[in-house]
Design a protein around this ligand. Structure first.
Ligand code: C2E
Ligand code: CA
Ligand code: CA
Length: 579
């Protein structure tokens, strides 16, 4: 009896424990946020638990009912989900599948576990459904951001490179071409900084949309690489499907402004084209080369289209090397100033000298300014170089004046970028005062292009310098815009007639007429004339006869170092040319 009572108590205790565990598991299942489906093979019965009703609106009672699940999902997910749910037939015990609900609002993960007996026969199956919508979305966002540009919705750089790599492989197999065009909006920074970033963004979007619209078949694609840079590619360019044709359409579109929310903006673009296989065989190299060609277009005239050719790259590499060396030269002050005398055509008196820079590189090679000034002008290096030249020229002038007790003009070549610096005039005036020379002894040489850029700002600066007493000259006169009408309004004192006119003066028929006209006009306007590059006695005589006051050229003196200039000054003094 006791034994019997003991058995009852034991069973009760076990039952209580089981009830406790059961309620614990139920709580776990119900608060997990998942839905569960339990299936017993022996009884062919299903039981659903947890958040089942939140996920599905179907009743599942037996194995047959399992097929109802498949009516709940997107068409393309039916087959993979069926394979997972019936894994028991495939002698496996575990499977996981992601699927999307039919209404596409919810992503679920289905995890299936099959429990088998010792013989391997399935006994029980548990399906767990988990909501992974949030996770999927984040993943998609990440994937989107990795391959698309979020501003324009176009392919980004990564995606473009990836697609292009595929195209190039195919082009290799099919022995065909792929054109890549690098498109850059000119002066985009002016729009962005001037009108505002939001306007800039809107413009980038609109232009991007337009480019996308041009890609009408699968053999064309475009991407927004960054900022103001886009790329387009054409597979097997042919007939109307060429970059040339795309450019024509872009060009036509840009004749009209972009109408933005609050502004209308007109733009121009520079386009560089590189083609597989000629320009490069790798996607990155192809894009890079198209970009280099684009830069070339920009530097030459700001808008238009140009195709890759080998000299462009050679030029580019050389310039890049030169720029690196030049930076070093600026730091190490590897420069020299030479001086070329200017003489009065009548009296042969020395008027002054033009300071001409030379670069003596590490190997002692003298590099002419024609080679490195244009490169320096593309970067801020020209400012450092220009400052060095000004200080050197002013200090030498002060020294020569003191040593020889003479007065002469020091002409200094000034680059546009340097002159545009706000502190330019203050610096120069400071130097003049520091070295105690008279401002009239300094003459700044500008080319016509400098004077035509931002004309009003330039003229204001020139006027200020003139008031102070510093002289100014137009260099290479006749080679720039040569709008004679502006001559009247410019605060300059001297016109330097370009060597090309002097060269043709006595050679070409009518060559003399141009020089005579210039000299006559300049004289009447009350400016001084200097003829540049005079190499022959006949040229000198002719110029003197037509009333050109001064000459500069190899005939009377090449650019020379300081020491030689001193000898020249001594010679001049001996000849008592100084009154
Ligand atoms: P530029 O200002 O027109 O200088 C005159 C150039 O003609 C000089 O070349 C000079 O050596 C050369 N030349 C003078 N007379 C004759 C002649 O009779 N025959 C021939 N064939 N040439 C003659 P350089 O010194 O090579 O300078 C070239 C250019 O580099 C200059 O042209 C000027 O634009 C620029 N440059 C020179 N020094 C400076 C500088 O300090 N700063 C800036 N920004 N540019 C400079
Ligand atoms: Ca000059
Ligand atoms: Ca010149």
């Amino acid at each position: 009896m006791d034994e019997f009572q003991y058995q009852i108590d034991l069973l009760k205790a076990q039952n209580q424990k089981l009830n406790g565990e059961c309620s614990m598991y139920r709580t776990l299942v119900n608060t997990s946020g998942n839905a569960y489906l339990y299936y017993s093979y022996r009884e062919d019965a299903c039981q659903v638990m947890g958040d089942w009703d939140r996920f599905f609106d179907i009743q599942v009672r037996n194995r047959n009912d399992l097929t109802k699940l498949f009516s709940q999902v997107r068409e393309e997910d039916v087959e993979p989900l069926r394979n997972a749910v019936y894994i028991d037939e495939k002698d496996a015990s575990f499977a996981v599948r992601d699927f999307c609900k039919k209404d596409k609002k919810q992503w679920l993960e289905c995890q299936v576990n099959v429990i088998r007996d010792e013989m391997g026969e399935p006994q029980e199956k548990l399906l767990r459904f988990r909501d992974i919508t949030q996770f999927k979305k984040q993943n998609d966002d990440l994937a989107y951001m990795a391959y698309y540009d979020t501003l324009t919705g176009m392919y980004n750089r990564n995606r473009f490179i990836q697609e292009l790599a595929g195209w190039l492989r195919q082009a290799e197999a099919e022995k065909t071409m792929v054109s890549v065009a690098f498109i850059n909006i000119n002066d985009f920074r002016k729009i962005n900084d001037g009108i505002g970033v939001l306007v800039g963004d809107e413009l980038l979007q609109q232009f991007g949309r337009f480019l996308r619209g041009l890609c009408t078949d699968e053999n064309m694609m475009c991407a927004h690489l960054n900022g103001d840079a886009y790329c387009m590619a054409v597979y097997d360019p042919y007939g109307r499907r060429t970059v040339e044709d795309l450019y024509r359409q872009i060009h036509e579109r840009l004749e009209q402004p972009f109408v933005l929310t609050e502004h209308q903006v007109s733009i121009t673009v520079s386009v560089g084209v590189a083609e597989y296989p000629e320009a490069a065989q790798e996607p990155l190299a192809l894009i890079e080369r198209a970009e280099i060609v684009m830069f070339k277009v920009k530097h030459e005239g700001k808008s238009g289209i140009r195709y890759f050719d080998a000299p462009i790259i050679e030029d580019f590499v050389q310039n890049a090397q030169m720029e690196r060396k030049l930076k070093h030269a600026v730091l190490e002050k590897e420069f020299l100033l030479y001086y070329q005398p200017q003489f009065d055509t009548e009296t042969k008196h020395l008027r002054g000298v033009e300071a001409l820079i030379r670069w003596k590189d590490e190997d002692g090679r003298i590099i002419s300014p024609g080679e490195f000034i244009p490169i320096a002008e593309k970067s801020s290096l020209i400012v450092d170089i220009g400052e060095w030249v000004m200080e050197k020229a002013v200090s030498i002038l002060a020294r020569l004046k003191k040593k020889f007790g003479i007065s002469l003009i020091m002409s200094i070549n000034i680059s546009a970028v340097h002159f545009a610096m706000e502190e330019f005039s203050d610096h120069l005036i400071q130097l003049v005062e520091e070295y105690g020379i008279s401002p009239e002894e300094i003459e700044l040489e500008f080319t016509e292009t400098v004077l035509m850029n931002d004309a009003s700002g330039v003229i204001k600066k020139l006027e200020l310098l003139r008031q102070y007493g510093i002289q100014t000259a137009i260099d290479d006169f006749g080679t720039g815009y040569s709008a004679f009408s502006y001559l009247r309004s410019l605060p300059v004192q001297t016109i330097k007639i370009d060597k090309s006119f002097i060269d043709s003066m006595l050679q070409d028929e009518n060559g003399n007429i141009i020089v005579e006209c210039i000299v006559d006009m300049v004289n009447r306007l009350g400016y001084d004339t200097i003829a540049e590059g005079v190499e022959q006695q006949e040229q000198l005589e002719y110029l003197r006869d037509i009333g050109c006051e001064y000459i500069q050229g190899y005939l009377l003196g090449r650019p020379m170092p300081e020491k030689q200039l001193e000898e020249l000054l001594e010679e001049q003094l001996e000849k008592q040319v100084w009154e």
